[in-house]
Design a binder for this molecule. Structure first.
Ligand code: AVI
Length: 322
């Protein structure tokens, strides 16, 4: 990332922190969890016994890999696999290996805003799977998708894994899917993970692990404000709080102030007052069922072709077309 991009990101951070902490009720976006420390904490979350999502999606890939890749390229004419928000690629490697084993003609383009993440993944794939043509792309999803629209006239398969869409409210999820629709040609596919509604306690536990990693992840947004905007949040004076509403399937994360306090954020020339037990809403992690996914797809002009589930029906990947 060059310094100009850094500056744009910092000013977005400044603007949104200012808006969120002067609003009532207070809020901060979960996209700000992810700096180097946040990325590392999220890696730890994915390995937690309580965080079933990653294991469920991995199980789906291992169990259904042959069927999944057959759907990606039924006529064996070759295709370009594009992954938005690629992460460490552990799950994707299962599909890449199967594509290699079955001699499919494909390229793989992971897209991420983090140069660090893409560099690491590309290096790793070049070492572990040198036969795969990898074209890492750094940038905002839709700017890169626009660029990729014109690189070949082969079918595109766009992957969005990890139930990342669940961090968006339905209205924003529909905007996101509509943008994907616009980036797709007829015949292109979207392969996208949606965490499913389940026993409410299982959802709560996934976002409230015993070891406190999720709490540290949530509080990392305050640590970032301290570091990057000269704030003086005392992290011990806030607690992580999770709720799950089984009616609408929304898990919500909050940071709750344990006492009445005032926090200074010098770079914003801002003093933020907290009453005792006042909250900052930081994240939603939406849970779905087939009807909700069908509705989201329909609102965005997309059609579900098939879905793949883990054994416990905790999680589903949907194959979607235009
Ligand atoms: C990235 N995202 C889908 C994760 C989730 O499950 O909402 C982020 C996360 N937040 C707390 N734990 C994991």
């Amino acid at each position: 990332m060059n310094s100009k991009d850094q500056k744009v990101l910092v000013s977005t951070f400044e603007k949104e922190v200012c808006e969120g902490l002067t609003a009532f009720p207070k809020y901060l976006s979960s996209k700000f969890f992810y700096d180097e420390i946040g990325d590392e904490l999220f890696q730890q979350i994915m390995a937690l016994p309580e965080y079933y999502l990653t294991r469920a999606e991995y199980e789906i890939f291992v169990t259904h890999k042959s069927d999944i890749i057959q759907k990606f390229d039924t006529d064996r004419e070759g295709f370009d696999l594009i992954e938005l928000g690629a992460g460490d690629g552990k799950k994707t490697k299962v599909l890449l290996q199967e594509l290699l084993n079955q001699n499919y003609d494909f390229t793989y383009s992971p897209i991420d805003i983090s140069e660090n993440a893409i560099d690491g993944l590309v290096k790793n794939l070049n070492q572990e799977m040198p036969e795969v043509t990898v074209q890492g792309q750094i940038g905002e999803y839709f700017e890169v998708l626009d660029r990729l629209k014109h690189i070949s006239d082969r079918r595109k398969v766009i992957m969005v894994l990890g139930s990342n869409i669940g961090n968006l409210l339905h209205a924003r999820a529909i905007q996101f899917l509509k943008k994907l629709y616009n980036a797709m040609h007829t015949g292109d596919l979207l392969f996208i993970g949606f965490d499913q509604k389940k026993h409410p306690q299982k959802v709560l536990d996934a976002y409230n692990d015993k070891s406190g990693v999720t709490a540290a992840f949530n509080k990392n947004v305050l640590a970032r404000i301290n570091k990057e905007l000269n704030g003086n949040f005392d992290l011990d004076k806030f607690m992580h709080w999770e709720t799950y509403d089984p009616e609408n399937g929304t898990a919500k994360s909050y940071l709750v102030s344990k006492e009445k306090q005032t926090v200074d954020i010098d770079s914003l020339s801002l003093q933020v007052h907290f009453e005792a037990w006042e909250s900052i809403h930081t994240e939603i992690s939406q849970k779905y069922d087939d009807d909700i996914v069908k509705w989201l797809a329909k609102e965005s002009g997309l059609k579900i072709v098939k879905s793949f589930s883990d054994q416990d029906n905790d999680y589903k990947d949907y194959l979607i077309t235009k």
